[in-house]
Design a protein. Sequence first.
Length: 98
Amino acid sequence: SIKSTMGIKGLAKLLSDEAPDSVKLVPLKSLHGRKVAIDASMAIYQFLIAVRQTSATNPAAVLTNAAGETTSHIQGFFNRTIRFLTEGMRPAYVFDGK
């Protein structure tokens, strides 16, 4: 079952109820040569959460700018984009909201 607290309310349930085969995991290499839309807000959120999960025993995992602001999420976003490009995908980041 698909769970989500972000995005279009009720979409995950609708898809799992009405079209259970519409969402599936596929290897990245199967998307070679394809344009892929990515929820930019969700991607950034994932990296921000990952940064919060670093510990005092692993301080090198947190990157900061000259002002001391965390920038690890930007590096993560960049690295993921490079991975997609390396796999031959053409990512299109979609920003929505008000």
